[in-house]
Design a protein around this ligand. Structure first.
Ligand code: MN
Length: 232
């Protein structure tokens, strides 16, 4: 049996409410512009025909309650509050009608974004990685199984900074619903247990600064918190 040249990095893993075992993370898919009012505030048109995606490495995961440093390379660091779907059963070309059978659970997520770098990339028609996929950029609460929360198609989604509400919307305003996303994404990837889908953020995104306390909640799912420390 061959050895490794150096220790392989540990698997990122997420707590599950009411369960001792952790949910091991595989891939993080993120949906862009999935609420009309957020697309509008970003100055772009919505594509109702089909969702689009970008990805974050599982190593970008950070748990709710963490304090993270203000990230390098940006002067416009933004929060994006999102419903996250955790895949528990893999599948390929999943029919919409069967899509929810593949869900392990739901969580609150924050898709943290270096907005200045994302917009520069967007405007130059370059990939979004520098703006979206970086250390501590995928904040996640504990995962809640449908036995505790059902499959939420509606419910309040909110985010506050230092106690002031910045985002307040409803899951019913998702352009592409959870079953649609799972069915569509599974045409392009063999979805696997451990995959996450960040389903997109509503309007009201904005910058945060060192010292800020960010908190969010989704009706029926729970809450999420993040503290921003100084730059390294
Ligand atoms: Mn997002």
């Amino acid at each position: 049996m061959s050895d490794y040249l150096f220790p392989p990095f540990p698997v990122a893993a997420v707590p599950v409410r009411g369960e001792a075992a952790l949910f091991p993370l595989r891939r993080i898919f993120c949906v862009g512009r999935n609420y009309e009012a957020h697309a509008k505030e970003m100055g772009v048109a919505v594509d109702r025909e089909a969702p689009f995606y970008f990805m974050k490495d599982a190593s970008a995961y950070v748990s709710s309650g963490a304090t993270i440093p203000y990230p390098p390379g940006t002067t416009n660091f933004h929060y994006e509050m999102e419903l996250v779907v955790a895949i528990g059963q893999g599948g390929f070309r999943i029919p919409q009608a069967a899509a929810l059978n593949h869900v392990y659970g739901y969580a609150c997520g924050m898709d943290m974004t270096r907005r200045d770098l994302q917009i520069q990339a967007r405007d130059k028609q370059r990939p979004w990685d520098l703006g979206k996929n970086f250390e501590n950029a995928a904040v996640l609460s504990a995962i809640v199984p449908p036995s505790q929360c059902g499959h939420p198609a509606a419910g309040k989604i909110e985010l506050s900074v230092n106690g002031t509400v910045k985002q307040s919307s409803d899951l019913s305003l998702l352009i592409h619903s959870v079953p649609v996303l799972i069915a569509h994404l599974s045409n392009f990837y063999h979805l696997q247990a451990g995959d996450l889908i960040y389903t997109g953020t509503p309007e009201g995104v904005g910058p945060v600064l060192a010292g800020d306390q960010i908190s969010g909640s989704i009706e029926g799912i729970g809450s999420i918190a993040l503290t921003l420390g100084p730059a390294e």
